[in-house]
Write a protein of this length. Sequence first.
Length: 203
Amino acid sequence: MPFLGRFPSGQRGQTVNLLAYAFEGSNPSLPKNLLASRRFFTVAWQVTMFKEAENSGLRFSCVQCGGCCTGSPGYVWLSEEDIQRLADAFALSREVFIQTYCIAVDIGEGRAVSLSEKEGFDCILLVEGRCSAYEARPVQCRTYPFWEEIVSSETSWREEAKHCPGIGKGFLHSPESIVQRILSRRAAGKYFLPDDDGEGGTL
C-alpha cells in the first residue's frame, strides 16, 4: 500500500513506532561542520536512505494535485505547533479549530489529534481538489514524500511515485535537505488531548 500524504488507518501501531524517536538536533555543542555532514546525520540518528538518495538526492515538486489528501482512510497527526499554525490561518482559537477540524484517536499511549475526514475519505482541508491551508499545512504534509519509510528503499520510492505525479520531477532536493525533513518530522511529535476532555474517537 502506498503511503501518500496520510498514514493508513490500518497501520496505527506501526505509525506509533515509526514516530517514536528522540530529537537531538538542537544541541549547540555539536560542531557546525559535523551538523552539515550527511554521514554524521546518518550515524547519529540512524537515517536510512537508498543509494541514489544518499549520493545525489531526489527530485520532487508538489503540484498540489490533492492526491495525497484523499483516496483511502488515514491520519494526519498534528503537533501543538501544527494546531496553532492552522488555527491562526483560519483565524480561530486552538479550541475551536480542534473541535471543528479534528478527531481524537486512541493510540494506546493516549488520544492523539488528527485532522478529520469528509465523506469519501477526503481530508477536511481539501476543498475543490486543493488544500485550503497549503501554506500552513502540518509537518506531516510538508515533509512528504521525504518520509524515512518512503526513501529507505528504491522500491518504496518508485511505488509512491505511481500515485504522486510530483515524485521524480522538478526540484532536486539534496541528501542533507532530505535528512533535515526526516528529522523535522521526527521532532514534530503529536498533540495529546488531556484525559478530562471526554472519551471516544471524536471530540
